[in-house]
Design a protein around this ligand. Sequence first.
Ligand SMILES: Cc1ncc(C[n+]2csc(CCOP(=O)(O)OP(=O)(O)O)c2C)c(N)n1
Ligand SMILES: [Mg+2]
Length: 348
Amino acid sequence: MVSNRYLDDLINPEKNQNTFNLNSISKKDCEDLYRKLTFIREVEFKIAEERKNGEIGGPVHLAAGQEAIPVGISYHLNKNDYIFGAHRSHAHILALGSSLKGLFAEILGRSTGLSKGYGGSMHLIDKSVGFMGSVPIVAGTISLAVGAGFAISQKNTNSVSIAYIGDGGVEEGVFHESLNLASINNLPVIFVVENNLFSSHMDIKKRQPSSFTSRFAKANLINHKIIDGNNIIEVINASKDIIKETRENKKPWLIEAFTYRWFGHVDWREDIDVGTNRCRKSLNNWKLRCPIKRLKESLIEENIMDQSILDNIRTEIIDEINNTWEIALQEPFPEKNDLLKNIYFEKK
Ligand SMILES: Cc1ncc(C[n+]2csc(CCOP(=O)(O)OP(=O)(O)O)c2C)c(N)n1
Ligand SMILES: [Mg+2]
């Protein structure tokens, strides 16, 4: 039974700024996690910068601040699982090990991009790592994840299907229908609600009678767990048993992970003056709850790695990202004649 105090702290930006207990994770994994989180954060910063200076033509939805959720969940996934994202999915596809060059090329509309340059930032796919797709239509992939759950159940394999959903996505009818179908059919689907307390510029307090969306799991007799999405260790530990149980018992779960995005809804601005209750004070407090800062401080506190090693790793990562960006910029655009190629079915 989780205490109300714990739950209140999860949505209070002034709480949970502490370091982590790293006992459950090996030294090597600690380093890997730091690398992965830092890599994804710096990729998002690079995209923000290139969007700002006009190199990227289309909108980008950035997840800086929210990285611990996909990184922690992906820790237990493999390429035989089925993972579905939404409009803010750069972190999710990278956490699964997809190609950075493929992501950059896609965002730049190049033919070597993950969706051959036809989709841009919100249309990502890489089946080789289990990522089955992301779309801009809010809640658009939840029912597809349930479909994958049906397929797993028919084939009787031990894969799982993951649906990443925003707190805004929960407000679409298809979310509720999907929970119902997954529950009644005992499907191995894990609904991961990334509750960043905002849908575009609207605070959840103005939209819902409660900030906790996991109550909808209860209504459908689905087990659920509520966690601090900015605590990488908590995400890893909580999702470990849930993913294992879902593989074995073929029953859905819902994880509600609280977090906050550093940028505004779309593109590079912080948007602290846009929307309800988004202000400098709460953004600053959420930055103190940063999953990377907390991991870094924990690694130093427990003498696992020191500041200079951590800083060198970050510098190496930034160099790699900048080099990959330069390579992606040289990639070709799709051919004009191919524009209609993947739209209409053509009989061979
Ligand atoms: C069906 C539909 N309705 C509205 C929109 C406009 N829209 C795009 S993103 C978004 C907010 C979604 O919020 P949430 O699901 O919490 O995800 P977050 O942006 O916080 O990651 C909205 C309303 C849309 N793309 N699709
Ligand atoms: Mg949201």
